[in-house]
Write a protein that binds this ligand. Sequence first.
Ligand code: BDR
Ligand code: CA
Length: 310
Amino acid sequence: PVPVIIDCDTGIDDALALLFAVRHPGIDLRAVTCVAGNTDVDQVVRNTLTVLDQAGAPELPVARGAERPLIEPARPAAHVHGRDGMGDIGLSAPTDRMPVDVDAVTLLRREILGSPRPVTLVPIAPLTNIALLLRTYPEVTRNIERIVFMGGAVEIGNATPVAEFNVWHDPEAAAILLSAGVPITMYGLDVFRRVVVPWADVQRLSASAEPGARLAGRLLAHRDPAATGDPTPTGSLGDAGAVCAVADPAGLTTSLLPVEVSLTPGPTRGQTVVDRRPRPGESEIHHGTREKPLVDVALDVGVERYVKLY
Ligand code: BDR
Ligand code: CA
C-alpha cells in the first residue's frame, strides 16, 4: 500500500475521504493533520477524531494545525458544511481518540522523514499547513513521492466566480505549494463536482448495519443544493475523489500544465490560472519572465469507475 498523509478541514466530504482512506487496502494512512477551513480548527480536530472512530481506523496520529490562513482571517463555510462542519446531522459521538501533543507541521515532518517509503501527501483543505511545512522544513520534499491536492479550478470557481474554496481561503499558501518542486496533481473543481453517487446507492449505504458505510451514506445524502446555494450536487464524493485518484490514478486524465495562483486583491484573487494554450508560456519566455510551475491538472475523471471504487 501507498503511504499517505491526509491534511483536511473535516468537513462533510473530508469525512468521506477519511472513511475511504481508512478502508482501502491500497492505502496506508499514516497520519492526519487538521487545518482551519470549512470550520474552525478545533472543530476540525473533533470531527476528524469522530470520523476515524466510526471508520474503525487503527490508532494513528492526528494533529491540530493552523487556525487561520497565512495572511487573511479564517472564513469558515458554515453555509455549506453546517455549524459543526459536518452538516449538523447530529454527529457528536464521544471518542477516546486524542490529537497528538505536537502541532501539524511537526507531525508532518516526523512522519514524512520517518517513512521508509516516500509519502504521498493529500491536502484536501486550505494549504496553510503544507505551506508552513515547506517553508519550515524544506528538506521534507526529499521523501515526498507526490502531492495530490483537492483545490483550484480550470473553469468555474465556487467561493468566487473563478476561485475554488481551498485555494481562495489561503492563496499565498497555495502558491507556495505549487512551487514545492515535487510532482503535484491538482484535483480541481472540474472533476470534483462530477463524481456523484447515484441516489439508490446513497440510500443503500445509509441503511447499512456497518457504522462507517452508514455514515458515508448520511453524509452523501446531506447536501441540498437548493437549500445551500452550493452547486456541488447531493451524492458528490467531493474530496474523497482525490483519495480515489491515489488508489486508482488511471481513473484520472491529467495534463502537465503551467499553473499560477492569482494573489492580487480583487475579483481574481485565489484563482488558479491554468495555461491550456497549445504552446504554453511562449510569450512569457519571449518577454523574459520566469517559468511557472508545471502541475498535473485533472481534466477528466472516470465517474462510474470512482463511484464503484468508493
Ligand atoms: C473544497 O472546499 C471544501 O468545502 C470541501 O471540503 C473541499 O475541500 C471544495 O471547494
Ligand atoms: Ca475539504
